[in-house]
Design a protein around this ligand. Structure first.
Ligand code: C5P
Length: 239
């Protein structure tokens, strides 16, 4: 588990005002932020730049998947926004992954480049969906294969469910990063997540960063909830 701000708060809010009200109650010393397709489509690069200006490390979660040239160009533009992390689909293949990594390495001369992580198999997929799109093997095999492509192309890590983290850690050791959504506090509702784990369990499974949305954004006091989660994770790190 990353010692320094392991929690990435998913800003899954419908509009910019709601996001700004939430972010005002958080603190860059306590968390990082994730901007996904919905918020980016609504509020665009200006909001991302503003969050960066406020001192937040931003994960731009746009899951790029296109021809290598296009993905590389998109990665360069994302890096210029000053974001901390960007993701692409490992299913884009070795050439696309390599192009994305090279784009990151050549971006922002003199500054820290953004981390580049890959989506393996979306957690909304089951074996039937995998078969339907013609991917071979079982789900775990597909996850390992796609994570292997990301690893071999020199990416920094993958986004995965905590359920897959243990399996991935058998083959991919740190500093290869595991970024894990589907986190719930003990006893809290699962919402629409199917396989959930607690922050402590995710840490024990080998996750480096935890993507957490509604348990924080929907809580009466997001800052206090975040502090509770951070305290729990610090205990896990210390033990
Ligand atoms: O509110 P919640 O904690 O479920 O939010 C989790 C975030 O992580 C959402 O932004 C969701 O889209 C994202 N995510 C996920 N499962 C994945 C990849 C991303 O839940 N496999």
């Amino acid at each position: 588990m990353n010692q320094n701000q392991p929690v990435i708060v998913a800003l899954d809010k419908p509009n910019e005002l709601a996001v700004r009200q939430l972010v005002d109650r958080l603190d860059p010393a306590l968390c990082r932020l994730k901007v996904g397709k919905e918020l980016f489509t609504a509020a665009g690069p200006a909001l991302v730049k503003d969050l960066v200006r406020q001192g937040y490390q931003v994960f731009l979660d746009l899951k790029f998947h296109d021809i290598p040239h296009t993905v590389a160009a998109a990665c360069r533009v994302a890096a210029d926004l000053g974001v901390w992390m960007v993701d692409v689909h490992a299913a884009g293949g070795p050439a696309m992954l390599e192009a994305a990594r090279l784009a990151m390495e050549s971006s922002r001369a003199g500054q820290t480049r953004p981390l580049l992580v890959a989506i393996t198999v979306l957690t909304s997929f089951d074996q039937h969906t995998l078969n339907a799109i013609g991917m071979q093997g079982t789900l775990p095999e597909a996850v390992l294969r796609l994570a292997g492509l990301a690893h071999d192309a020199g990416l920094d890590g993958v986004v995965c469910s905590a359920a897959e983290a243990r399996l991935l850690r058998t083959r991919f050791v740190p500093p290869f990063l595991l970024v894990t959504p589907g986190i719930r506090l003990p006893g809290a509702p699962a919402d629409d997540q199917v396989r959930i784990v607690t922050p402590r369990e995710a840490g024990a499974a080998g996750a480096d960063f935890l993507v957490i949305g509604r348990p924080i954004t929907g809580s009466p006091d997001p800052r206090v909830t975040l502090q509770l989660i951070n305290a729990e994770l610090q205990e896990t790190n210390a033990s």
